[in-house]
Design a binder for this molecule. Structure first.
Ligand code: THU
Length: 137
């Protein structure tokens, strides 16, 4: 936990982003809100595709939006997901998203899972131990 971060606000923004989810195949809607070290928030939703493989997760949408705008330093990400007929809730990031997060974020990067009323904060190191990153090259 980092007392400077408004986790609840980040979660609310992830819930808002989830409403934009394009998931006609899985009907599983995910939203993410990524906080930069400069205090900006970039949101993202999952975007599916008829060919399945091009599907992009909400976390990567948010990260790619931010990086494409020149941001590379991040503090935290809130993620919320669930079936479209249900309220968003706990949704752990997939392995690919964890690896993309590891490209830009330190081990103490905060990953907030749950919803705006009940969430838990994890570090990147907890969710992706023994990671392979640029420091290995
Ligand atoms: N999904 C995400 O957007 N983020 C995750 O962390 C897990 C999975 C999406 C991908 C796909 O559109 C749907 O959820 C079902 O896997």
């Amino acid at each position: 936990m980092n007392n400077m971060i408004d986790y609840k606000s980040l979660m609310v923004q992830a819930q808002e982003a989830r409403k934009k989810s394009y998931s006609p195949y899985s009907h599983f809607c995910v939203g993410a809100a990524l906080l930069t070290k400069s205090g900006k928030v970039y949101t993202g939703c999952n975007i599916e595709n008829a060919a399945f493989t091009p599907t992009n997760c909400a976390e990567r949408t948010a990260i790619f939006k931010a990086v494409s705008e020149g941001e590379r330093e991040f503090e935290a990400i809130a993620i919320v997901g669930g079936k479209e007929t249900q309220e968003g809730g706990f949704c752990a990031p997939c392995g690919v998203c964890r690896q993309v997060i590891a490209e830009f974020c330190e081990k103490d990067f905060q990953i907030v899972l749950g919803n705006e009323n009940k969430y838990k904060v994890y570090t990147l190191d907890t969710l992706l131990p023994f990671s392979f990153t640029k420091s290995n090259l």
